[in-house]
Write a protein that binds this ligand. Structure first.
Ligand code: AMP
Length: 214
């Protein structure tokens, strides 16, 4: 099964994608993670996109479509979860073409609905363990010992450079201007399922599973 998780920054797409990976063996394709990896490894592309990402703007369609195209070749039969891609109409068209070219279909687009106030609260307080990736939050999920990861015991907590109020304003604006038209696009293609993204991780997960009938 190939699905898209669609929603504004902070909607919980990454968290839900990981749950789907664990439960159904699908492959998560997060363009945000791929771009951050390119930055960390210091590739020319990574250097080129760094300032754009920190400002909260979208990188070019060409770059992200290229990243996705490469990964589609690594199909393991379990299907893909597109997390943070597509984010523009040209990206959505390109994904349709790439899937068709490799005889794949898009099975569902799950829109995660979360109001702006909750997004700001979620994003400005979140951080992760730099060693194992476990997620924490200043208000909702503190580690048992401050600064120490509950899961791996390391003290390498980090925050994303773009998880600040200023970049977030731009990220939200980019979402409403360029990404939210995809809701109508996939609705018209009869591929859209909308879920309430405001509940607990487990509640949202069971809504998504019900929408996907898995
Ligand atoms: P994310 O981790 O999905 O929030 O993405 C972090 C940042 O990476 C975004 O604010 C953009 O700068 C960039 N990015 C990720 N995915 C895309 C995409 N599909 N199109 C354009 N820019 C993207």
């Amino acid at each position: 099964m190939n699905i898209i998780l669609l929603g504004p920054p902070g909607a919980g797409k990454g968290t839900q994608a990981k749950l789907l990976v664990d439960a159904h063996g699908m492959i998560q394709l997060s363009t945000g993670d791929m771009l951050r990896e390119a930055r960390t490894s210091g590739t020319a592309m990574g250097q080129k996109v760094a300032a754009i990402m920190d400002a909260g703007e979208l990188v070019t369609d060409e770059i992200v479509i290229g990243l996705i195209e490469e990964k589609l070749a690594g199909d393991n039969g379990g299907g893909f979860i597109f997390d943070g891609f597509p984010r523009t109409l040209p990206q959505a068209d390109a994904l349709g073409e790439l899937l068709a070219k490799s005889n794949k279909t898009l099975d569902s687009v799950v829109e995660m609905q979360v109001d702006d106030e909750a997004l700001v609260r979620r994003i400005t307080g979140r951080y992760t363990c730099g060693n194992c990736g476990a997620g924490y939050h200043d208000d909702f999920k503190k580690p048992k010992v401050e600064g120490t990861c509950d899961d791996c015991g390391e003290q390498q907590m980090k925050r994303r450079a773009d998880d600040n109020e200023e970049s977030l304003k731009t990220r939200l604006m980019e979402y409403y201007k360029k990404t939210s038209p995809l809701i109508g696009y996939y609705y018209a293609k009869e591929q859209l399922a909308s879920v309430n993204g405001l509940g607990s991780m487990e509640e949202v997960s069971s809504e998504i599973n019900a929408a996907l009938k898995v």
